[in-house]
Design a binder for this molecule. Structure first.
Ligand SMILES: [Fe+2]
Length: 360
């Protein structure tokens, strides 16, 4: 990690071969920093093919298409550059391109049987922390669901975190991806399976977000704020591997899968409501979170204040969700057991519905 860390890319890639597939999205392809990265690879005589078709909440078919291109071009290394979607597609592509497996067979926990092609991941948001997580989330459009692939074999060979790549991220995505980071940290720190080592990462991510997210949103070129947020995102990612998230993320899944609410927005609008639901069992930890966010007594109020300030304090009805949808969303959220089991307080379907109603 560091300002200009992207300059290390060609050196890292060289050890794996001289044919690379770069996985990214259309917004990144036209950017100056991206062109610089391609020139760097060409300068190192690395044959580089760009797959620039990743979309938010990527459907699993994108991975199939991307992997087919990797096979066709005999890629020896997969480079993911972008937000969580591009990095997740790169991670799964590496496995599918090498082993020819069907994407649906990988959904769930530990369904990937071996490592794929070598991967180097470079985040352009802060963020999902996907560069250091063993998780990829794809949309299964046939079921209107977002589904996770969780396996240590998805972990990147290298994560290159260059905060300069976030300088062009507009205020809106800066705000909601930053709230995703904050959610990772809070859900890890208040997790039923929290561990002391990860608590340290989580609280540092909370502190950095409290100190810098608003500045990164208001002054996109503020490199200190961008650096702090990239660091927070990276630390939040480390929390995901060892502890993972809980009810906020579980309840956010149906919002993304069915109503295409961006992941960070879905988390931001649910976070204070889930925190209130958990408050009776997490009060000490919420106090610590409040302190880390800048000396607040009440962690929930602190989170709400940040969310209002950065413009993510929205309601579900703003995104086309109607009240009649809430019951089926609550039923769908109950399917995300791998995350719900981590919540400090048990969430029943009725509880999930009450949380949705509060956030609606
Ligand atoms: Fe997340």
């Amino acid at each position: 990690m560091g300002l200009g860390a992207r300059q290390e890319l060609a050196r890292l890639v060289e050890s794996y071969g001289n044919r690379a597939l770069v996985v990214t999205d259309p917004g990144i392809v036209g950017q100056e920093a991206f062109r610089g990265i391609l020139e760097q690879l060409q300068g190192a005589a690395c044959e580089t093919v760009v797959f620039g078709e990743v979309v938010p909440d990527p459907p699993l078919e994108i991975v199939e298409k991307c992997a087919a291109q990797a096979v066709r071009t005999r890629a020896e290394v997969i480079i993911g550059i972008g937000g969580g979607s591009a990095l997740d597609v790169a991670k799964v592509t590496a496995v599918v391109a090498k082993h020819g497996c069907e994407v649906p067979s990988l959904f769930g926990i530990d369904q990937v049987s071996q490592r794929g092609l070598p991967t180097v991941l470079m985040p352009t948001t802060a963020g999902t922390g996907s560069e250091v997580t063993p998780i990829a989330v794809l949309s299964d459009e046939s079921q209107q669901l977002k589904r996770g692939i969780v396996s240590d074999f998805l972990l990147a060979d290298h994560a290159l975190v260059d905060p300069e790549l976030c300088l062009t991220l507009p205020p809106g995505p800066t705000a909601y991806t930053g709230m995703d980071t904050l959610t990772h940290a809070i859900e890890a720190y208040t997790n039923k399976f929290a561990v002391p080592l990860i608590d340290g990462f989580a609280l540092e991510a909370v502190r950095l977000t409290g100190a810098s997210l608003l500045a990164a949103v208001q002054e996109p070129a503020n490199i200190e704020a961008r650096y702090a947020m990239s660091r927070a995102s990276f630390l939040g990612g480390l929390c995901l591997k060892s502890v993972n998230t809980a009810a906020v993320h579980a309840l956010a899944y149906p919002l993304g899968g069915r109503f295409s609410v961006p992941h960070g927005v879905a988390n931001a609008l649910l976070l204070p409501h889930v925190m209130r639901f958990n408050a009776s069992v997490s009060s000490d930890r919420y106090r610590t979170i409040g302190q880390c966010l800048g000396g607040f007594e009440d962690g929930v109020a602190a989170v709400q204040e940040i969310s209002v300030a950065v413009g993510t304090d929205r309601r579900m009805r703003d995104f086309g969700v109607e009240r009649k949808h809430l019951a089926e969303m609550a039923a769908a959220a109950m399917e995300v057991r791998r995350l719900l089991k981590n919540n400090p307080r048990e969430v029943t379907e009725r509880d999930a519905l009450a949380i949705y109603e509060a956030a609606w």
